[in-house]
Design a binder for this molecule. Structure first.
Ligand SMILES: Nc1ncnc2c1ncn2[C@@H]1O[C@H](COP(=O)(O)OP(=O)(O)OP(=O)(O)O)[C@@H](O)[C@H]1O
Length: 272
């Protein structure tokens, strides 16, 4: 098998859910090397569940997830950690650790049982901090950073882990618009210039449409996927807003309130 196939995540006949509830089933899909893919869908459609299952943290109801030729659920955690890193929203608060040490945790799959960093590990930590533009932050406490800075550190930790695949659960949540784009551009560069396979869940439609190679959308238990242009043209993006007060304008590539919900400005009479 080629190296590129080893770096691919494949979902085969996948069904996920919780006791008494199936979120989706019969999903066949793969995520390719060097691609930035956004995983989108309304609240509660199963995006985090999918990411956590790919990480081997949850079991599928049916079907399998293959990393190269191997089912992720048959691989020991240490081997999964050498293939895929996970940036989850749960990670974001890490007590009083220094930035350098948080990024150093990414080296865990490679360090000995004491967890002592070698020169090579330290070089990986420094290079990871540099890639996310945080090289001067190593000595700062993680709890002293802004949300955007902390998010960069978490991405640096996954870079230090040096895996061909990176999954991120809502990496742009809590960030202001310029920082959302900064993180989006960073992920795009990691995919395109460093050959990483990157899948991230998000509710940021602008980032998704402007920066991603591919969109995977969970919509009422069905998976839709394609390039941003395909997903706009075939109406999939518009479906996200069915039954709501907003609609997606294909021409503008933007959402707005439906006309009947728009507040009528300038029509109020002020009484003295
Ligand atoms: N441990 C659990 N046990 C039972 N049901 C769960 C569990 N975790 C999540 N769920 C349910 O599964 C559904 C999918 O949850 P998940 O967190 O994967 O959705 P999501 O698409 O990531 O949502 P959001 O966009 O709100 O983050 C939700 O309805 C949720 O309530």
């Amino acid at each position: 098998m080629s190296e590129a196939e080893n770096d691919t995540i494949r979902l085969q006949g996948l069904a996920l859910g919780y006791p008494g509830r199936t979120l989706f089933e019969n999903v066949d899909l793969s995520f390719g090397r060097g691609e930035l893919t956004a995983l989108i869908g309304r609240n509660g459609t199963g995006k985090s569940t999918l990411l956590r299952t790919i990480m081997g943290l949850l079991r599928p109801l049916r079907g399998s997830i293959l990393i190269g030729q191997k089912s992720v659920h048959e691989l020991p955690q240490r081997m999964i950690a050498a293939q895929i890193s996970f940036v989850s929203t749960d990670d974001v608060r890490m007590g009083h650790l220094k930035v350098y040490d948080v990024v150093g945790l990414g080296r865990a799959p490679y360090t000995n049982w004491i967890g002592r960093l070698t020169d090579a590990d330290r070089a990986a930590v420094e290079e990871s901090l540099r890639l996310v533009g945080m090289e001067t932050f190593g000595d700062k406490g993680i709890d002293t950073l802004s949300d955007g800075e902390r998010q960069r550190v978490m991405i640096a930790r996954s870079l230090a882990q040096d895996t061909p695949m990176i999954l991120l659960d809502e990496p742009t949540a809590f960030l202001d618009l310029p920082n959302k784009y900064e993180i989006g551009l960073l992920l795009r560069s990691l995919a395109h210039n460093h050959g990483k396979t990157i899948l991230f869940s998000t509710h940021d439609l602008n980032i998704t449409l402007d920066l991603c190679d591919r969109i995977v959308m969970i919509d009422r238990g069905k998976f839709l996927h394609g390039t941003p242009d395909e997903m706009i043209a075939n109406g999939s993006i518009g479906h996200l807003f069915d039954g709501t007060s907003i609609r997606f304008d294909r021409e503008k590539g933007a959402v707005s309130l439906t006309p009947e919900k728009k507040p009528a400005f300038g029509q109020h009479t002020v009484k003295y």
